[in-house]
Design a binder for this molecule. Sequence first.
Ligand code: ADP
Length: 592
Amino acid sequence: MGNGSKEVSPAEQHVTELNTWLNFKRLIRHAFPYRAASFFAIFCMLGYASIDVYFLSKLPALIDEGLTGKNPEFMKWAPLFVIVCFILRGTFHFLSNYCLAWVGNNVVADLRQKIFKHVMAMPVAFHDSTSTGTLISKLTFDTEQVLQAVSKSLLTLVQQGGFVIGLLFLMFWESWQLSAIFLVITPIIAVIVTIVSKRFRKISKNIQNAMGEVTSAAEQTFNGHKVVITFDGQERENDRFYQINKHNRQQRMKMVTAKSASVPIIQIIASFALAFVLYVATLDGFVDSLTPGVFMGVVTYMTMLLRPLKLLTNVNNEFQRGMAASSSIFELLDKQPEQESGDKVLEQSQGALTVRNVSFAYPNEEKLTLDNISFHANTGDTIALVGRSGSGKSTLTSLLLRFYQAQKGEILIDDTDISTLTIKSLRRQFAYVSQQVVLFNDSLANNIAYAKPEASREEIIAVAKKAHVLEFADKLPQGLDTNIGDNGALLSGGQRQRVAIARALLCDAPFLILDEATSALDTESERHIQDALTELQQQRTSIIIAHRLSTIESATNILVIDQGKVIEQGNHEVLLAKDGAYAQLHKFQFAQ
Ligand code: ADP
């Protein structure tokens, strides 16, 4: 059972309706720039409905005057009348649909752009806790739902609504007695509509969540395909997906049940109205006051009311579906993006870094991931972070880039607290080569130039040479201009890291963070790159996370971190002499 069957209290119901209204107003604001086209679309919809009503209004006259031969003029003009009506109707139909789609697609494109920008501006902590599948589903599925639902309900509401009002007017005009019977049946239909639409609202929200689950579960498994097959997880993944898939199917079936039942029920009730009219018409005296044309007219109008009424009963469901989707979108857009905490702009740092008594715990975690860390680096120094996996090394570099904010202590760049700097000017000071090299579906050259798009071809070639990228680039069909596929699928682990190093070389930042940058390199490539890295480090302050101690023997200061604390610090010789944790580690690696 999903939570769709949970009872909603009147107070909650009120809040939901209020939210729907607020969401709707907000959505309308997005359509405001396209208001002229929107009004024109509405005008054409009303035109379409008016033509239909006008056309039908001629029915009694056709029967009473035309077909009986009383008025020969009528029949003479009838063929032309039909053609003109249908030309106008077709024109209105085309224009209203076209304009509506134009407005809708513009609004959706705007929304997508906004979501895209917003998601990029969200803090790292948000991305830690939100799956990519959910975000993609909001960007594609939810926006599409808003487009479909809102344009469809607007079209039905205006076009069919106008048609119904026109027909009702005609009916009462021709015979108010017959038409009054119709009014008896209306409240009954209204009650059923309310019940069905409430059920819809609940289910459509569940479907959205269920759909997000399907995408994210599939994406996770497909991305981790190799891990799944290595650890024999097919069966488990299959079972997990089966549950999610089943849930999605059940939600959809609930929706179909509500939808399929609502239409026949409403039609059956409406048929009672028709039956009643036929009965009344047979009563003595009543039938004398009607001409055949008027009687046929009113009965036809009533029959013709069924379809638009059915469509109108669906409007609310459709509209609610769109509102559920838009509320999911607005919920995301309302999440606080990454906040600036300072407004100082730092052009180019001198390269001094001080970390003073910094403690940090991840959001919603009680345990400190970093506990009272302090160190200092002057320009050109190399700080090496050593320690077991999970000891907090990457977290420390994340704090430097302000992906997270330390709860205690301060981090200074050239004596300026980084929290007083603008995020942009802070991050500009760092070149970052992480464990997972992220590459874009673009040419090798553009991937290298990602941090400095304005770089000249010569600059790119120079760094590609230094980072030994040219070695393999020359073997590719179009050299540096070869497209490397989705996330650099064409490259090996070592090649990817060489690209990342070239990227860092190109962006001339005063600080360099290398997160196990050379871990995926074979010994041969590593030796090549080590030269380039050494040269790079000389002009910069570097923070290196290294597993292989051989690469950091010349570091100015080595911090040995264990469970978030610095347990030893000093240079290679000092630490070896101390014969503590570092010396242990060194012995161990040397033996290997
Ligand atoms: P290292 O780089 O030394 O391997 P990390 O800095 O990646 O260590 O991780 C330190 C600790 O913080 C680990 O226990 C890890 O599970 C935890 N951790 C890492 N990232 C997050 C996160 N986004 N949210 C919560 N805990 C995290």
